[in-house]
Design a protein around this ligand. Structure first.
Ligand code: NAG
Ligand code: NAG
Ligand code: NAG
Ligand code: NAG
Ligand code: NAG
Length: 452
């Protein structure tokens, strides 16, 4: 029965238009914390509450980071006699519902983790064939978000499901439980590592989808994720987005320039932003990067939901996939202007420069004011091009350009040399070049009139 039902659901899905789910939740990227990158399985209520306190004390909560998400390893290895997941009573003495209550009192929403297979990646029970039961429990506990992993999945030749089918069942459970309980649907964060081109269908099932395997706290991992995602930016918009994985700022040996590039790319590509470092001794510099309000404002733009995209790859020919040297020149629209991200993907300082109209959102014949989103300074007016010298290795430049009116009158074109009186027969090239000039002027005039 189950398998027949799934086949029907999947077939219906395939003929449906690929439109974002829009069930009212997660219109904008989720901002919050997940302890996995810093602590892996080594988490308990004490750590989570200390982290929540630090989120408040460091100003992260004020900056908008209002989710605290559990990852793997919160449960016991066996379900209860009645088949329910059981929170580990040593790690979580008040259960998950107790934790949710304490976090809610501090103004946080809580996310939880499960797996679409038989067991999670760390060997705890998965939700396969228990989707509705687990969702009811999470809903009862007051959970707001589910990260749903992809380990230990039963063989497709037994389930006849594949990833779409497995994630579709949980989507349905979320919808059913929301309807039955009258509470908002739980935000569904797909974590199947980009398999089966999830960016083509993820938005019909959940609000975000991981596009790659796990991130690690090294530059090589960051640029390989940026490179991969540079080709699928069109999948991201309100209610559904590529998830580039949890932030590694503060971890490993990332330099501050690398951390800034990391944060800029993730935020402007409208990824979910989950802090993943030990907040008990995080540096002020890392907190300052995470709370860059001008960049966060673009991540949370309520008018424009799309990602920045590359307009030029830079040291590589356009559309080249290079996991160490991804596209360098990016732009995108925002409610306040056109945002640019320029990456120095080389290991030495470098200059970056571009012509404004390389970006499709820049209008020819206009001038633009430039705001530097890292120095937080106004950089004056630019007319046709921008350049910056000495961008540090693995550094980033982030700019917001705002239309500042017509550019100054272009220099008067030199008078066309009077054609020498032609003795018959007159040179055809002189005639055609004069009439071409007339056509160009006419086209400009027409474009001008149509713009008014
Ligand atoms: C979990 O249940 C299995 C049987 O389903 C049993 O063999 C195993 O000992 C149990 N593990 C724990 C930790 O209770
Ligand atoms: C299912 O697939 C697995 C590996 O993909 C294979 O080892 C197994 O024999 C298959 N089983 C059936 C019933 O086809
Ligand atoms: C970080 O470590 C990697 C690998 O050991 C090394 O190649 C890289 O230069 C280091 N980065 C920094 C900023 O120290
Ligand atoms: C941060 O603080 C925790 C707890 O006080 C400690 O265990 C950990 O080693 C510290 N980490 C660093 C990088 O100092
Ligand atoms: C920028 O504009 C100049 C002058 O029009 C042109 O020579 C150059 O090729 C352009 N560069 C790019 C990358 O488009």
């Amino acid at each position: 029965m189950r398998f027949v039902g799934t086949v029907l659901v999947v077939s219906a899905l395939l003929v449906a238009r690929v439109e974002a789910l829009n069930n009212g939740v997660a219109r904008l990227p989720v901002l919050g914390y997940n302890a996995w990158n810093a602590f892996h399985c080594d988490v308990d209520e004490k750590l989570i509450l200390e982290t929540a306190n630090q989120m408040v004390a460091l100003g992260l909560k004020d900056a908008g980071y209002n989710f605290i998400n559990l990852d793997d390893c919160w449960a016991l290895k066996n379900r209860s006699n009645t088949g329910d997941l059981v929170p580990d009573p040593v790690k979580f003495p008040d259960g998950i519902s107790g934790l949710v209550t304490k976090l809610a009192a501090m103004g946080f929403k809580t996310g939880i983790y499960s797996d679409s297979g038989l067991s999670t990646c760390a060997g705890y029970p998965g939700s396969w064939a228990n989707e509705k039961r687990d969702l009811e429990l999470f809903n009862k506990w007051g959970i707001s978000l589910l990260k749903y992993d992809n380990c230990n999945i039963p063989s497709d030749n037994i389930t006849r499901q594949n990833a779409i089918g497995r994630y579709q069942i949980m989507k349905q459970a979320i919808a059913d439980v929301a309807k039955e309980s009258g509470k908002p649907p739980i935000i569904f964060s797909l974590c199947e590592w980009g398999q089966q081109q999830v960016w083509l269908w993820g938005k019909t099932i959940g609000q975000s989808w991981r596009t790659t395997g796990d991130i690690s706290p090294q530059w090589s991992s960051l640029v390989s994720i940026i490179n991969f995602n540079s080709f699928i930016t069109m999948a991201t918009d309100f209610y559904g987005r590529n998830d580039m994985d949890m932030l590694q700022l503060g971890n490993g040996n990332l330099s501050l320039d690398e951390a800034k590039a990391h944060f800029t790319a993730w935020a402007l590509m409208k990824s979910t932003l989950l802090i993943g470092t030990d907040l008990r001794n995080v540096s002020r510099e890392v907190v300052d990067i995470l709370t860059n309000r001008e960049i966060l404002a673009i991540n949370q733009d309520a008018v424009v939901g799309t990602s920045i995209s590359p307009f030029r790859w830079g040291i590589n020919p356009d559309w080249t996939s290079d996991s160490l040297h991804p596209a360098q020149y990016w732009s995108g629209p925002t409610q306040d202007g056109v945002v640019f991200m320029l990456l120095n993907v080389e290991d030495t300082p470098a200059s970056v420069s571009f012509n404004l109209t390389e970006s499709p959102w820049i209008r020819a014949g206009r001038q633009y004011s430039v705001r530097d989103l890292w120095s937080h300074t106004d950089e004056g007016i630019v007319i046709s091009s921008f350049s910056r010298d000495n961008v540090p290795p693995h550094g980033v430049v982030a700019l917001l350009l705002q239309d500042a009116g017509d550019s100054p009158e272009p220099k008067e074109e030199p008078e066309a040399q009077p054609q020498p009186e032609c003795s018959a027969p007159c040179s055809p090239s002189a005639v055609s070049s004069a009439s071409r000039r007339t056509r160009i002027v006419y086209a400009d005039l027409l474009a001008y009139v149509m713009n008014i």
